[in-house]
Design a binder for this molecule. Sequence first.
Ligand code: FES
Length: 142
Amino acid sequence: MSTLPHIPDSPQVIQWLDIGTLQDIPIRGARRVKLQHRTIAVFRTATDEVFAVEDKCPHSGGPLSQGIVHDDCVTCPLHNWVISLRDGCAQGEDSGCTQRFPVRLCNQRLHLGLQLPEEQIDSQGKTTDLHRQRSVVRATGD
Ligand code: FES
């Protein structure tokens, strides 16, 4: 049974995009959803929580989807900043946030909430390939 964070529907959400099932995301890993102007990283934690943030570290734009997921955070692969998946913000001495996006579970399907008109899916009206990040490594023991 999956546990998703409670994120109330926002009036800013104008479109819910079906991004597959929980099982499509590796445990303590991520998959990427490519939109027209940005890429969203959708993470699954060890406890089956799902979070979505822009795949862009607030430090220097590193690909968070390739980072190490631990608890409800991801460590950026470039310079090891730790980003909370709950609010998208850097932890500790570091500062800055990446945008987070709502995710909901509906009939066993994960839906990603898109908030801006420009966040269109590609020109075909579909998501581009959703890459699995199989190599995301475990940072914490179970
Ligand atoms: S780009 Fe992420 S820590 Fe530097």
